[in-house]
Design a protein around this ligand. Structure first.
Ligand SMILES: [Ca+2]
Length: 550
């Protein structure tokens, strides 16, 4: 099974107001199907003041008016199902918007029906000064606490000020979550991607944190918290009634912890979105960058592949709405097509379910806007104005160019007409000026495009059991330019080689395979090359005919 992620605001504008919407999605469903995926995951499309573009929800049971109506959503859902596409919604329950009616009520007093829906604490008073209840920083802006006059208390927000954390220890809140799940499952939705789901249970005492990175000093007290397993088990019961899929997002969760949630028949989540593979060019966040290291990427790939083997199912991805474009990070703009396709083969044949983020399949790249004011993303602004405020303007802007989530949020480039065919009107956000070269229409017409390579990979995967269920094995682990891995099932074997070099490189063949005939079933270059020389960013998939030597 493979997924296509839609971040709707930038996907396709169907009603001509410059904002992507469900009308646009409706018209593009055949295109999504044509890529060869089985399911769609919608990043949040609910009403939201957009402090964090949809991840601050003000009503869980409706559609944002910018994107359409519930009726239009049902039309999209029905058509997707007719085309054989499952549909997943984003379940964001760590926090709501501060404009959600629960919060508007909760903040009024300490004794209203919603007063205990959020995490409220009394101020600390030191030397007569009112201070927040602890020293935690928010991951998005300043301290993780905001004072509220009406209650003379602070509320916790691990992310933006406008994203108060829900108090999941309150059984009424958990009942609300289960009711929301049922609302969408009753409508026919097939499951959920669950936003920062490993943050929903906090350590009761909320102690001060210690960390060299302020943004995550509270992390040990809200990640994989004491009641998390209980709460996930409760939600799982609802999902099971509907046979619904649950995919959890788990920032900074190590593989050993992830296994607790995703292993066995009584697992509480089906898959986990890990962050290790997003850190081959940075430390913890994209804003602390270093040079891309293929070895680091391979270590992350193989760690999850080996540790989940025979136990659990991987969620495979290289891009989503939270990370800049992967060709700009791990590939090469000079070898744009070659690196885009080599990156595709590097993960699409691993064990697990591949996720493709809108625009990734045509090789969209990062946008470089000339000033911070032109960026929209709250995390980018926070990095610029808070964490790196002592650095020069040039360096800070460079950080944004390399790291901003906005690079994955530019309008999808459909064709070479005005606004990249995204909209008749001026789009809500900047179109990448490279749209005349990089767009769906151009790539549909080119047999060797990145788009058609994605299609070939997904088709090969779909028709090859070994590439779905086979065991994973990595070769030449220490090679700094090549990623070589094997999938094998009952003696049937495939070898996938991906070059990350800008020059020709010698292709070593694992010793045990040297006497076996190799049948090339896929390559990202149109012309055949030399058997043992890989061209820049060349990738090949071999079917191995015969048995290896011991
Ligand atoms: Ca629109």
């Amino acid at each position: 099974m493979s997924f296509y992620q839609i971040w709707i605001r930038s996907f396709a504008d169907g009603n001509g107001d410059g904002i992507g919407d469900l009308y646009g999605v409706y018209d593009k469903l055949e295109y999504i199907k044509s890529i060869g995926v089985d399911a769609i995951w919608f990043s949040p499309i609910y009403p939201s003041p957009n402090a964090d573009y949809g991840y601050d929800i003000s009503d869980y049971r409706d559609i944002h008016p910018d994107y359409g109506t519930l009726d239009q959503f049902k039309k999209v859902l029905d058509k997707a199902h007719r085309l054989g596409l499952y549909v997943l919604m984003d379940l964001v329950i760590n926090h709501t918007s501060d404009e959600h009616k629960w919060f508007l009520e909760s903040r009024k007093s300490k004794d209203n029906p919603y007063s205990d829906y959020y995490i409220w604490r009394d101020p600390r008073t030191i030397n007569g000064k009112r201070l927040p209840p602890n020293n935690w920083f928010s991951q998005f802006e300043g301290l993780a606490w905001e004072y509220c006059e009406e209650r003379d208390q602070y509320y916790l927000h691990v992310f933006a000020r406008k994203q108060p954390d829900l108090n999941m220890d309150n059984p009424r809140v958990r009942q609300e979550v289960k009711d929301i799940m049922r609302f969408w499952l009753d409508m026919g939705v097939d499951g959920f991607r669950e936003d920062v789901i490993t943050f929903i249970s906090k350590v009761e005492e909320l102690p001060d944190g210690l960390s060299f990175l302020p943004a995550i000093n509270g992390l040990p007290y809200y990640k994989d918290g004491p009641k998390l397993m209980d709460y996930l088990t409760e939600f799982r019961k609802v999902a099971r009634e509907y046979n619904a899929v649950q995919i959890g997002e788990a920032p900074m969760t190590p593989v050993s912890t992830a296994l607790k949630y995703i292993t066995g028949d009584d697992r509480v989540l089906d898959m986990m979105i890990q962050f290790d593979t997003m850190m081959a060019d940075c430390i913890l966040t994209e804003y602390v960058w270093h040079r891309f290291s293929l070895r680091k990427l391979k270590r992350a790939f193989s760690k999850w592949q080996y540790k989940l083997q025979g136990k659990a199912w991987n969620a495979l991805y290289l891009e989503n709405h939270d990370h800049p474009r992967v060709i700009s990070r791990y590939g090469s703009l000079k070898f744009w097509r070659e690196s885009g396709t080599s990156l595709a083969a590097s993960y699409l044949f691993q064990q697990g379910c591949p996720f493709i983020y809108q625009g990734q399949e045509i090789g969209m790249t990062n946008i470089h806007l000339p000033s911070i004011e032109q960026y929209e993303d709250i995390a980018s602004k926070n990095a610029y104005y808070t964490f790196h405020k002592r650095e020069s303007k040039e360096l800070r802007l460079r950080r944004i160019h390399v790291s901003s989530r906005d690079s994955s949020r530019t309008p999808v480039q459909w064709d070479r007409t005005a606004n990249a065919g995204f909209s008749q009107a001026v789009p809500w956000f900047y179109v990448n000026p490279n749209y005349r070269r990089i767009n769906v229409a151009a790539e549909e017409a080119d047999e060797n495009s990145i788009l058609n390579f994605y299609r070939r990979c997904l088709a090969l995967r779909r028709e090859t059991e070994t590439l779905i269920y086979g065991d994973y094995r990595e070769y030449f682990r220490l090679h700094s330019k090549l990623y070589v891995y094997e999938r094998s099932l009952n003696g049937d074997r495939y070898l996938i080689v991906c070059s990350f070099a800008k020059k020709n490189v010698f292709l070593p063949i694992p010793r045990r395979w040297r006497k076996v005939r190799r049948e090339q079933v896929l390559c990202n270059y149109a012309e055949n090359g030399s058997p043992r020389i890989l061209r820049p960013y060349e990738t090949r998939v071999y079917h191995m005919v015969g048995s290896p030597s011991k």
